[in-house]
Design a protein around this ligand. Structure first.
Ligand code: DOR
Ligand code: ZN
Ligand code: ZN
Length: 428
């Protein structure tokens, strides 16, 4: 079995220590560990985190392999420091049966770069009309615990109630893409001053907030777990804060792009900024950062949404919604949360590994960096500064809003059960 010693890394930002990996497991943590027979990685000045976990990734396979595959998406995940991702169900065919989730699960096993936990659709074909086979997906080899119609909102309150009741039996969770469809018909961007000036159809905050308010009440009524995808408004934060103060089983995520970017960027008419939910205002961004810092928002999730250039390099109204995010997520979180003093590295480990793993009930991920634990680890150089170059992405798609932007930090190494998937910032 191969041995690796990581020398002098600051675990969760603490004092420098050595970490010995033997085979798939962390076997020792301490100072001055014996490196005999081990490959040595000099990690002076670097931060060691538990492998990152993404609750919200679009891997596109099956059906849209022109934008991403499980293989290319998991390679992008590894480059970004992730050791596990949840693969969203809006594929073609939709992941609404045991057969499709098992297919995605199997492709994940074969990829070898990152664990893939399929998300199951809530309704058949994401059509919002009829509950999918939630139990069969849970009982399948994929062991689905998270269900979502993401891309679409489960807008029928009765269907949402039934889904919450159903998943309660096996401690599952419904992850809601909160978007009231009637309030967002023809919507192209955040409803506000910028949309009024540009004459683009507005997407009001209340379209998100009204669904969140309804769903936290439903979750409380049923006594089940609801997770809110990609919070984007200050009002959404207030509702989640209120629901948590009641002791209800509500969790929430925020994307890196909603922590950094605002609707002012839409003035460029560059569709790379077109995303669902839309980029909001500076006040929303600040409220989201604060909520992530105080724990109202549980975790960061990328909503990595790869699209081929023909679906993005077109006029604003025709462009697809979404941006890639796996390879830049940690850097954006460092810039917006760590370098601003809102979160320390232990906080980053919590919001990007411990909590998302706990919400998804993932086994073997989101574990402390200590002896006896699976060696799922991410080593970060926080002093690195570099401009984002999409040409170098491992993802099959290039639709990043950060092209040419200087971001701090770089993942130097990622380990999946002791195997280095990334070495010196490059895929191994
Ligand atoms: O921007 C988005 N893109 N938001 C979603 O909810 C879906 C996603 C996609 O699948 O492209
Ligand atoms: Zn969504
Ligand atoms: Zn999504």
């Amino acid at each position: 079995m191969s041995k690796i010693i990581i020398r002098g890394a600051r675990i969760l930002g603490g004092e420098p220590q050595d970490v010995l990996i033997d085979g798939e497991t962390v076997t020792e943590v301490g100072t001055g560990l014996d490196a005999a027979g081990a490959t040595v990685i000099d990690a002076e000045g670097q931060i060691l985190l538990p492998g990152l976990v993404d609750l919200h990734t679009h891997l596109r396979e099956p059906g849209r392999e022109d934008s991403e595959t499980v293989l290319t998406g998991t390679r992008a995940a590894a480059v970004g420091g992730f050791t596990a991702v949840h693969a969203m169900a809006n594929t073609f065919p939709v992941a609404d049966t045991a057969g499709v989730v098992e297919q995605v699960w199997r492709l994940g096993k074969e990829s070898g770069y990152c664990d893939v936990q399929p998300v199951g659709a809530v309704t058949v074909g994401l059509e919002g009309k009829k509950l999918a086979e939630l139990g069969a997906m849970h009982d399948s080899a994929a062991g689905v615990k998270v269900f979502s119609d993401d891309g679409k909102c489960v807008d029928d309150a009765v269907i949402m109630r039934r889904a919450l009741e159903y998943v309660k039996a096996f401690d599952g969770v419904v992850a809601q893409h909160a978007q009231e469809p009637r309030l967002t018909e023809g919507a192209q961007m955040n409803e506000g001053i910028v949309s009024a000036e540009l004459g683009l159809g507005g997407w009001p905050a209340v379209a998100e907030e009204s669904i969140i308010a309804r769903d936290v009440l439903l979750a409380a009524h049923v006594g089940s777990r609801v997770h809110i995808c990609h919070l984007s408004t200050a009002g959404s934060v207030e509702i989640v804060r209120w629901a948590k103060s009641k002791g209800w089983n509500v969790t929430a995520e925020v994307t890196p792009h909603h922590l950094l970017l605002t609707d002012e960027l839409v003035r460029t008419y560059n569709p790379v900024y077109k995303v669902n939910p839309p980029l909001r205002t500076e006040a929303d961004v600040m409220a989201l950062r604060e909520a992530l810092a105080d724990g109202t928002i549980d975790c960061v999730a990328t909503d990595h949404a790869p699209h081929p250039h023909e679906d993005k390099d077109c006029e604003w109204a025709a462009a697809a919604m979404g941006m890639v995010g796996l390879e830049t997520a940690l850097s954006v979180v460092q810039q917006t949360m760590v370098d601003t003093g809102l979160l320390d590295w232990a906080g980053v480990a919590d919001r990007m590994s411990f909590r998302p793993a706990a919400i998804g009930r993932l086994v073997g991920h989101g574990r402390p960096v200590s002896a006896g634990e699976p060696a799922n680890l991410t080593l970060v150089d926080p002093a690195y500064r570099g401009a984002v170059d999409p040409a170098g992405f491992a993802s099959r798609s290039r639709n990043t809003p950060y092209e040419g932007r200087e971001l701090p930090g770089r993942v130097t190494h990622t380990f999946l059960r002791g195997r280095a998937t990334v070495v010196d910032g490059k895929l191994a």
